[in-house]
Design a protein around this ligand. Structure first.
Ligand SMILES: [Zn+2]
Length: 289
């Protein structure tokens, strides 16, 4: 055991403390629980942490006058993700947690949904407000919104950033109305390179994502967490057909579906997915604990 201050004394999924070291650096230590969840057990304080989520995090390239191809691609990806959610949930007000500079909010507006954003960064909030969106600064464990205010929540590359994912998931459930749903995109702990050589993986290295991330999930571990907190997982991975897409698009999707199905099975088999997508619906049953 190292002398690093403890970040997570127990597994945030099963509560157990039987975990094996997975990747150990002078700055921090990653472990893998018996239940297969991967989390950061200990870490030296990071002098750069306080400024992490301010302007530098978002890059300067997509701001202001520049409307780049990349921006368009990001909005399109967000649109696909919202359509995945709308396969299972009725349209309604949408909250994007970790809204950054508003790609998902723009996609939601294009789809005719009323979007709201939240983020830790004042810079991000201001960027969204400048585009006419409602956006509020807020912690994952204490979202600044009323109970049942939203029908849809999107949370992309957010949940891996908290050491208390259970609190975050409970907050999502609180702000969702009954029958509402959440879309989650998150790094895949089963990604081939991270599994084969954890010590050299960008997932764990302090110089890459090791500082900013706390937990790595597979569809199985994330499903377990969500089910314990009053959600039912209804889809994993990008969906092939979207019932709320335009007619033209649905025709294209029908044609491409068999090919895309094969591509997805290959990606799973070869473990080349760096992220996975998941849709979960809020159940009537309250959390078990
Ligand atoms: Zn565990």
């Amino acid at each position: 055991m190292s002398s690093q201050p403890i970040v997570l004394a127990a597994c945030p999924l099963c509560g157990g403390s039987q975990a094996r070291e997975l990747a150990v650096y002078p700055e921090l230590t990653w472990v893998r629980c018996e239940c297969s969840l991967i989390y950061k057990r200990s870490e030296q304080p990071d002098p750069a942490a306080a400024e992490f989520y301010e302007s530098g995090y978002f890059g300067a390239g997509d701001q202001g006058r520049r409307y780049t191809q990349r921006t368009r691609r990001r909005i399109q990806k967000s649109r696909n993700q919202i359509l995945d959610l709308l396969n299972h949930v009725e349209p309604g007000p949408l909250l994007d947690i970790g809204c950054s500079v508003g790609y998902t909010l723009r996609a939601a507006r294009e789809l005719g949904l009323a979007p709201t954003g939240s983020d830790l960064s004042q810079y991000a909030i201001q960027a969204c407000r400048d585009q006419g969106f409602r956006a509020e600064r807020g912690e994952l464990s204490q979202l600044p919104f009323a109970e049942g205010e939203f029908g849809l929540v999107t949370m992309k590359h957010v949940l891996e950033h908290t050491a208390d994912p259970r609190a975050a998931v409970r907050e999502v459930r609180r702000v969702l109305r009954p029958g509402g749903g959440v879309f989650i995109a998150i790094p895949h702990a089963g990604y081939r390179k991270a599994v084969a050589a954890p010590q050299a993986s960008r997932y764990y290295l302090p110089s890459a994502h090791g500082r900013e991330h706390f937990v790595y999930y597979t569809p199985q571990t994330l499903t377990r967490l969500l089910e314990q907190e009053g959600f039912r997982v209804v889809a994993v991975n990008p969906q092939l057909l979207h019932r709320r897409a335009s007619l033209l698009r649905r025709a294209g999707e029908c044609l491409l579906a068999p090919l895309r199905a094969v591509a997805q099975r290959l990606a799973d088999g070869l473990q080349v997915r760096k992220e996975f997508w998941l849709v979960a619906v809020r159940t009537e049953t309250p959390p078990v604990s």
